[in-house]
Each structure stands twice: as C-alpha cells, then as structure tokens.
Design a protein around this ligand. Structure first.
Ligand code: FNR
Length: 395
C-alpha cells in the first residue's frame, strides 16, 4: 500500500497487521497478562493536557537535540526490538536506512535478526547507534559480542536491559502456533547472535517466540556485580533500560559516570503487567530525587503513538523518546518506506537539506506542529509549564 496515504500510526498498525504472518503479528503485538500496562502506557498520555501559549512567533521550529553529547535531528529514536526480519526482509538494516534519512538514533537488540556489522554497514558518519545487551548465563558469549561491538565505530553506547530478567506471560504469543498456512513465519529467520542450541528458529516447534528468545538469558544480574563485570568488557558508556521506580533511578545515578543514562520503560508492557508507565516514573523522580536529571540522562519509551505523546514526555523531563512496536509496524507495513513514514518530518532531509516531501506526514511532523502551537521553537524549551498534570501529582 502507498505509504503516503498513511496519516497516523493507527493506520500504519492496521496495514502492518495485514501484511505479516499471524505468528509474527502475535509476537510483535502481544504483551503480558491482560496487556494493561501496554494500553495504559499510551492512555496516560491522553490524560495529560497541553497548555498552548499564544501571541508567540511560531514561524520556526526544529527538533535538534543530543543524546550523550551526540547530535540528533529528532528526539524520537528506535528502541531495541528483536527479530525485525519477521516484519520485513530488510530487517534492522532497513530501520537503520530510515533512521539515517531523518537523523534518528537506533538501538540494536541483542536478539536482532541481523548481525550488528550488517546493520551498521552503511552508517553515515553522523549516525548514532546503541547496542542492547541481555547478559547471557554463558558470559563468554556476551563477552565475545561486546568485543565485536567495541570495534564498531557507529555504536556509541551499550544499553543493558533490566526489566525482563525473565519473560512475561504473553498469551497471544504463546497461543498462536508456529505452523499452519497463515501462522507460518518466513523460514530461516532467527536471532543472528544466538547459537542454535539456545535459540529458537521460530519456524519450528511451538510456543511463544518471546519465551524461546529468553533461553540462556541470565536472571541473576545485580547492581555492583554486573556493572563491575561490564566495566572489564567495554569502555562504552552504559545506559540502563527498564527502570520503573524512583528508587532504581536514584541507584543508577550513583553509578555515574559509568552509567550515563537510564531508559524508563516497562518493556512495552511485555514484562510485568500493571507496572507503571514511564510518565509515572518521571513524575516520581521529579518529586523524590530530581538531582538524578543532573547526574544522568533520562530517556523513556512505551506507548508513543502521536507527536503530542512524545512532546509531553519531553515536557516532563525525558531527553529522548523510544518507539518499539511503532517502528516494527512501520517496517512490516512498508519496509524502509514504512519506517520513514513513521518517523518522517516534512520538508527537508536533515543532512543534505534536500526536499523530501510535501505531503502531510507522521511523528516528527506531528511533534513540530505540537511545539509550534505551544509557542516553542526548540526541544530544550519544553518544560512543566506546557502540561497540565495536576491530577497526576503524587502525594
Ligand atoms: C521489544 N522490546 C525489547 N527490549 C529490549 O531491550 N530488547 C529486546 O530484544 C526487545 N525486543 C522487543 C521485541 C518486540 C517485538 C517488542 C514490541 C518490544 C521492548 C522495546 O525496546 C520497548 O521497550 C517497547 O517496545 C516500548 O513500547 P512500545 O513503543 O512498543 O509501546
């Protein structure tokens, strides 16, 4: 389907659902238990109202920002998500191509369906990647991976995911069989970095892709032990992903400067159901330990479907905002074009200055419209004064 007809991420999701196998869809779409956190992640943004200021010159607006000092053309980034080739043959490299066009950062999953070398192969000099680690019980495997990552110039930091030491109970993923005409996933697609003995080939056997991918993942990680190990394996900055409380955000800040950032996330509702959305955790940190914002960068993901959602997260103190399913849905719906459409920003290619399109477009464009209507030219001007959160303030 022509991507230029798609005006928002709900429409993209509808197309994606029709394009890929039932099994791949169940894996992408599913979340734990009753999928409450998955839907609340987005619903909480609906409950926050924006406070537009008027009589402000809103001719200009750009989305330029930085993460760990690296320049980006948008605060929207692509979260680490496994198995992109279940959505489209171009896989994680296709996502990278779209990110390159829009100056967006991409975090590569430990369970990507292509090798990191393949994914960053065509990186532009300015392009920013992170690599996400699930520390393996067999630590030698993770050490070998980190040695390879250390050599890839395009990869600027390591993301250690902490919210899913064990997988959640994702019933749709469990229920949907691997076999059968509609259920079948394209053959030969698997996690590129997981060896045959501990990784599924999701075309075989039955059961959840999520469960199978977790085989071999170490559930015994702890603050001091694991960070000390990581320090012996890489000099890259560390971002901890999956923090859900102000207590853990504070503990993370005590590990600066090794830990340079955190991602507030409940894994898109795929680990603990009824875990809080990133918005709640942001508000907790603001209330109980605001100094965390000065010591480390705070990023968020979960439930972003509109430019206004992303702007609200930035107003509450997030430095950047990740897309998990939305990027995979874009890829499934239209390959590189689909991810581009998802991220797209009207007018100009950030690096070359060439006109990309005149059509009304999706996330970056929605963000710019939102910021201009708020009376804001740059993302660093966004703050608490732009949102109404009286009903969310904690006692
Ligand atoms: C994920 N997520 C994830 N996170 C991670 O650290 N490593 C991984 O391999 C994966 N894999 C993965 C697969 C799929 C199919 C999904 C949907 C998600 C979680 C992801 O990084 C992110 O936290 C959430 O997806 C954000 O929520 P939204 O944007 O999907 O609502």
């Amino acid at each position: 389907p022509p991507m230029e007809n798609i005006l928002n991420l709900d429409e993209m999701e509808e197309i994606a659902a029709k394009q890929i196998s039932k099994k791949a869809w169940a894996y992408y779409y599913s979340a734990s238990d009753d999928m409450f956190s998955k839907s609340f992640n987005n619903a909480v943004y609906r409950s926050i109202l924006l406070r537009p200021r008027v009589f402000v010159d809103c001719t200009k607006c750009d989305l330029d920002t930085t993460v760990l000092g690296y320049n980006l053309k948008t605060p929207i980034y692509v979260s680490p998500a496994a198995m992109a080739r279940l959505g489209h043959p171009s896989g994680e490299a296709g996502i990278a191509e779209a990110c390159r066009k829009f100056g967006a950062m991409q975090i590569i999953s430990n369970n990507a369906s292509m090798t990191p070398e393949q994914i960053v192969k065509d990186a532009s000099p300015d392009q920013v990647f992170g690599w996400q680690l699930y520390a393996q019980i067999d630590r030698k495997k993770s050490e070998a991976m980190l040695a390879r990552i250390n050599k890839l110039k395009a990869i600027k930091f390591i993301v250690l995911t902490l919210d899913a030491p064990i997988p959640g109970k994702r019933e749709d993923d469990e229920r949907t069989g691997m076999t059968g005409r509609k259920a079948a996933v394209p053959s030969g697609i698997k996690a590129a970095e997981r060896s045959a003995d501990d990784t599924p080939n999701p075309t075989e056997g039955s059961g959840g892709v999520g469960q199978q991918l977790f085989a071999g993942t170490d559930p015994s990680l702890t603050w001091t032990k694991t960070l000390a190990w990581l320090a012996t394996q890489t000099d890259l900055p560390i971002i901890l992903k999956g923090l859900q409380t102000h207590e853990d955000a504070y503990l993370a800040s005590l590990h600066a400067p090794q830990v340079k950032g955190i991602i507030l996330s409940n894994h898109g509702g795929r680990a603990m159901d009824t875990a809080p959305p990133a918005v709640h955790t942001l508000l907790e940190i603001r209330k109980y330990c605001p100094e965390v914002f000065d010591k480390i960068e705070v990023h968020v993901d979960g439930g972003i479907r509109r430019g206004t959602d992303a702007v609200k997260a930035l107003c509450l103190g997030a430095k950047s905002v990740g897309l998990g399913r939305a990027a995979l849905y874009g890829l499934a719906a239209g390959g590189v074009e689909g991810v581009s459409r998802t991220l797209q920003s009207r007018l100009f290619d950030p690096w070359t200055g060439d006109l990309v399109t005149n059509a009304p477009v999706v996330l970056n464009d929605e963000m710019k419209t939102c910021m201009r209507l708020l009376g804001v030219e740059r993302v660093d001007q966004l703050g608490l004064q732009h949102v109404c959160i009286l009903h969310l303030l904690l006692v």
